[in-house]
Design a protein around this ligand. Structure first.
Ligand SMILES: Nc1nc2c(ncn2[C@@H]2O[C@H](COP(=O)(O)OP(=O)(O)OP(=O)(O)O)[C@@H](O)[C@H]2O)c(=O)[nH]1
Length: 303
């Protein structure tokens, strides 16, 4: 049985087709319906379904136009599209594949065969989601990994340059963590890292906030489209959230698990690279350690 968490969007102007297809798949996935191309496009962008079943001949905006828009849009580009259409000529079928469809089912279709083909694509969609997770999620903390950070910072840095907005980069390190491992054991250390990752993630919930495990006991934060005051508050909340975990660490100067944070805020010029900003954040992290840990140090652009 395929996971019911998968979401299928069916776009068809014929009500009877919507009914047949949703009946066919309702046990396989969550179904959303759209009775015209424009609505289908809107729902695809809003719902980001795992797969789209798309009619070709629709009055306002035909299926070929819809798939062109889907493939041109960053949000919907990856969603597999299956055409289900009365157009039986090979030229239309070839055009459907050329425009990026993953399958082309002709009407009238055999229920069992249509179901088997959609099921196959649902399975592939599910495997793609799993692969994506494996590639981008750190298994210990369940937050983003360094690979995802590299992708995110490339996009956010370019957006900040384009829109002339301010962006914050922060390096976070668990304080005296070697002492924790040495005294409480590596498994207990792993548990702390997992709790810290999740607690940071909870504080970074705005759509443009991002946190990843950078490696070992280090985390990296991106706060995009922000200002000094807002970012200071967010990072202060992160620091306090770790204190609030109240994890005993008798071998630390603060007697509990704490974090140090080095941060930099900038409006990047075209020639500026994010690696230089991250290095500044890292230098500030070193300062935070030198100045007593469990604190945030900001890079001063003037210094
Ligand atoms: N349990 C666990 N420990 C890790 C992991 N990755 C790195 N570490 C440990 O994190 C510790 C980092 O220690 P150090 O870099 O020496 O610094 P620290 O003890 O945190 O001291 P300060 O940074 O100066 O506060 C090392 O003991 C690493 O073995 C991990 O995945 N799990």
């Amino acid at each position: 049985m395929i996971s019911p968490a998968l979401r299928v969007l069916i776009v068809d102007d014929e009500k009877s087709n919507l009914v047949i297809l949703s009946d066919l798949l309702k046990r396989e996935a969550q179904i959303s319906l759209a009775n015209c191309g424009k609505l289908g496009l809107k729902k695809a962008q809003e719902l980001k379904p795992d797969i789209i079943l798309l009619d070709v001949m629709m009055p306002d905006f035909d299926g070929f136009e819809v798939i062109k828009e889907l493939k041109a849009c960053e949000i919907t580009r990856q969603i597999p599209v299956i055409f289900i259409t009365g157009l039986g000529d090979v030229e239309s079928e070839e055009k459907g594949f050329e425009l990026g469809a993953c399958d082309y089912i002709q009407k009238p279709f055999h229920l069992g065969i249509a179901k088997a083909r959609v099921r196959l694509h649902l399975t592939l969609a599910r495997q793609c989601i799993m692969l994506e997770e494996l590639a981008n999620v750190d298994p210990l903390t369940s937050i983003a990994n360094r690979r995802k950070y590299d992708e995110q910072i490339t996009n956010e840095w370019a957006a900040a340059q384009r829109n002339k907005t301010e962006i914050v980069l922060a390096m976070i390190d668990v304080d005296q963590f070697k002492q924790y491992n040495d005294n409480y054991g590596h498994s207990a250390g792993d548990l702390v890292l997992s709790q810290v990752g999740k607690a940071l993630n909870l504080q970074l919930q705005r759509p443009r906030d991002f946190v990843a495990r950078y490696g070992g006991e280090e985390f990296v934060v991106i706060i995009a489209d922000t200002n000094t005051e807002g970012a200071q508050k967010t990072l202060e909340n992160c620091k306090q959230a770790i204190e609030a975990l109240n994890i005993k660490h008798e071998f630390s100067q603060h007697q509990q698990i704490t974090i140090s944070i080095g941060a930099v805020i900038c409006q990047p010029e075209l020639e500026q690279k994010p690696e230089a900003a991250l290095k500044q954040a890292d230098e500030m992290l070193y300062q935070a350690k030198q100045n007593g840990r469990n604190r945030i140090e900001w890079f001063n652009q003037g210094s």
